[in-house]
Design a protein. Sequence first.
Length: 150
Amino acid sequence: MQTVPRSALILGLAGVIPFAWGALTLMSDPMAQWGAGTLGPRFIGPYVQLFYGAVILSFMSGVLWGFATKVEGAKAALGYGLSVIPALWAFFMTGGGPVSAGTNLIFGFLGLLILDWQFWRWGLAPVWWMQLRVLLTALVVASLAVGVFS
């Protein structure tokens, strides 16, 4: 992690907080009650994880789109096409109940990691990109798994 810029690492880890908070409120009734009373029921358990997960997959589509702007021609067209997959996945695959939506988000984030790797392999992402993305993906998937398997 030494090559990942400190600000990118801190902001990336901060972006995991809603996923981890959702998992924590699923595992702890007192935390869920406090969260529901203080923040509102939308900001605990699977609700925060699923909504935020769809937002982040869409955000990551924009990041990949930005990487695609670094090339031209057929590779750019392929990059743009690949970059919209996470947002479309979130849109179409998170409408079911919390277990199916959470499972689909897990697959969405794992698929995103494959796309991250491809853009990185093409030299479009920073050299440190995969170090950060593997860490963040592992934390997100672990947090979502609490919602799916609890």
